[in-house]
Design a protein around this ligand. Sequence first.
Ligand code: ADP
Length: 624
Amino acid sequence: MDKNNTHSKRSRMIQQLLSLVMGLLLIFLLWQTGHWSRQLALENLQQQSQHQLRLFVANLQGELQKYEFLPELLATNSLLINFLHNPNDVKSINALNRYLETINEVANASDTYLMNAEGWTIAASNWLSERPFIGRNFAYRPYFQEAMQGKLGRYFALGSTSNKRGYYFAYPVKDDSGILGAVVIKIELQGFEQSWRELKEEFAVTDPDGVIFISTKDEWRYKSLYPLDQAVINRVQDSKRYGKAEIGTLNVSQKDQLTEQAKVVNIGDPRQSDHLMLVREMPEAGWKVHIFSSLGVVNSQVLKSLLITTIVYVAIVFLFFYFIQRSRRLKERERYEKRAKRVLEQRVKERTADLTSANIRLLREIEEHRRTDETLRKTQDELIQAAKMAALGQLSSGINHELNQPLAAIRSYADNARAYLVRDRKDDASWNLEQIAELTERMATISRQLKVFSRKTTGQLVTVSLQAVIDNAMKIVGPQLKDTETDFRRIVPADDIYVQADMIQLEQVLVNLITNAVHAVEQQSERWIQLMVSTDNGKASIQILDNGPGIAFENLDQIFDPFFTTKSEDRGLGLGLSISYRIVEMMHGTLTADNHDSGGAVFTLLLDLAVLDENKLTQSAMIE
Ligand code: ADP
């Protein structure tokens, strides 16, 4: 029990430790994956943004370059030079205005105008519009000042009259006498902004002060990326570059510097997603072009990677645990099967041992039985022999009597015959000799009886004549019957009856039964014994009745037991009936005892009738 507890505690601890390790590993993996995928996504985004920015800048430069040369070209025109020399020439003013208007239209510019050396606009393409530039002074504009210095002036500003954002190119108009004025072309970049608005990236072009003046996002316009000093704001506002527009700030804060040109920034609101900001300079214009790409795509990329990593990790962990569990279950099953096998083997062993011992016991018992059987058989043979000897003993007095009498008679007849011969009385001698012959015949009969009795049994069942058996038995018991003056009644069918039997043993049985009957009737004043033979249903029935006292009811069950006797020691051993019973049993017959109505005993012997075969009738013949 304790061992189990410690074991389960230990495995729980191992499981907890394993879970902790797995958890830590997952965190580490997610962190790594997050880092890598962010790096990768940022690099991708950076590349894309760089590409877009390059396009944007190229596009913007292209747009500007389209007009860059135009003021220089116009400045060479004598119309302009002449007019600057004679500004009051009314004739040529209209022609000049019309010329500028045409040029403006053809170039698709916003405005084209001519300024004198004091900064006054003296001719303009919009001379017919509601608010023409003519008569207005733009001397404060840097492009004019640059042109008056003999350079190509460039400037971006909100038109003070049109209130439209424009880019100005100004070029000095000069002749040998020097710079007479400046010709200016203003272009609008609204259309350009419009065409870039459809992209998901945002663009912002800042002036050297960091103020956005071109942007795909309207609300960013006129805002600085970073907070500006008040002095700078004042300066910008004083320059009227952006008219009366308030200069605000986007308040861009840097979060990560990826490269010199690339930063991760937040645009004014930490709640909004960060942006990747790339910068590219346009030195000729003194501008910086910024592209802002939302990191939303990076974040979703990172999120996707984290999700995939988690799923893959969970799947691996699940598989790992599944295989561990499976191998544990397999081991468990193996253990269980081994145990079951062991138990089974043990049981088989036990059973085999049981069987073996039972077998040994059985063999021993069989051996014992065999020995007992042998002993029994021997004992039985001995008993039969003993019974024979007993019968012989019983007979001996009779035999003595039977033999001594004729012997004595023979002696006296022989003496008589000799005497008669001596006296030559041949007839008398002959009569005496005849008597001797008769007596020897009688003695031969007695000896034949003894011979029959001592003959060894074959134990084999053969067809025997019942009459012959009865005759033989009678020869043995005859003297007894005669001595005791017992009436013997023999009721036998006229035709001979054949049974399956061992002749000698059957004689033995009959001798036993008749001898018992003789003993039973001894005390009766009138003594009779009756032997009845009949056949029925394939059986021969031999019944021996007497008029003795019969068998006591309580003895009926025991009389066939060996050594059961009611007689005195010198008269009976109690073996006769038990031997007879065995003998009859061996001949497949039955022997039963009862009392008949007149009171005496009746013994019934049933034997199988033999199927008659002449060749087998030899035994009865032999006896005779
Ligand atoms: P034994 O004759 O030596 O006693 P048996 O086995 O032949 O042995 O007989 C057993 C007993 O059966 C006898 O002692 C006797 O009591 C009884 N018995 C046998 N035959 C008769 C009979 N015809 N009438 C009465 N009793 C008998």
